[in-house]
Design a protein around this ligand. Sequence first.
Ligand code: AMP
Length: 291
Amino acid sequence: MSGTELITSIAAMRDVARQAKRRGTIALVPTMGALHDGHLSLVRAARAACDTIVVSIFVNPTQFGPNEDYDRYPRTLDADLELLEREHVGSVFLPCREEMYPAGNAGTCVEVPQIGDRLDGRLRVGHFRGVATVVAKLFHITLPDVAFFGQKDAAQVAVLRAMVRDLNFPLRLVICPTVREPDGLAMSSRNRYLTATERARSLVLYQALSEAQREYHRAVYDARELQNTMKRVMGSTPSTRIEYIEVVDPDTLLPIEDVSNGALLAIAARVGETRLIDNVLLPPTRNNPCE
Ligand code: AMP
């Protein structure tokens, strides 16, 4: 690869980061690979903000449950590296499992209590412990001034904001909007699991969120009503198993009753065997007295 340095060891990544730090600011974009335009939007935002971009590609075993898709998670390294080279990414950090977890799963981990047990954390027990732990490790290894994450994973955003605040990481998080396919489906590495029929059915998540969003813009501020709307739309498509449909505070992930101060609408559902998540942020209304 010309121009893009591929780094597999923590020691080498540290050296590169230390040198880059002397020259300017470092942006980190953590990914699990199988890159798509959602990931690339983070890379472009990073390039606009910082002098050096580090993209990590690591399918993190500790955030997958025993019956989840770690083994069959899409791995498309050659295509990923080509995309990153085209985006003029300076360094790609590509550690192996043993490099990141020499003690296996028995090492020290980062727990974000309460927030980490809500939404996906409630259904995927231990998931956010794995996410917080690997992201904390990546922060220590790559020394970013700014780290870029997607709004697509809204619960992950809440967990990482809490971790950065509570553990005083000296960096800023930038959250980029969800990138969608032209028909509205949120881009995801897992979309490639979907059959053609499932792909068509998966649109229902965004349709449900959009319908609730339209109601909100028609001044429906009762969370229960918005939740019922999402349930109704989701119920209209066969073979989707709802895991959660929630109206919550985007920072605490706790349910709220009145959405006039803003809210996160979030859905997780299985379409066939594939678990999909999507969300929409409702901004505070103009008559919010706190504004
Ligand atoms: P992943 O490789 O799925 O762990 O995602 C790596 C980063 O890309 C995370 O911060 C995700 O939130 C973000 N991301 C994934 N899909 C999208 C999307 N459709 N739009 C924006 N960001 C995304």
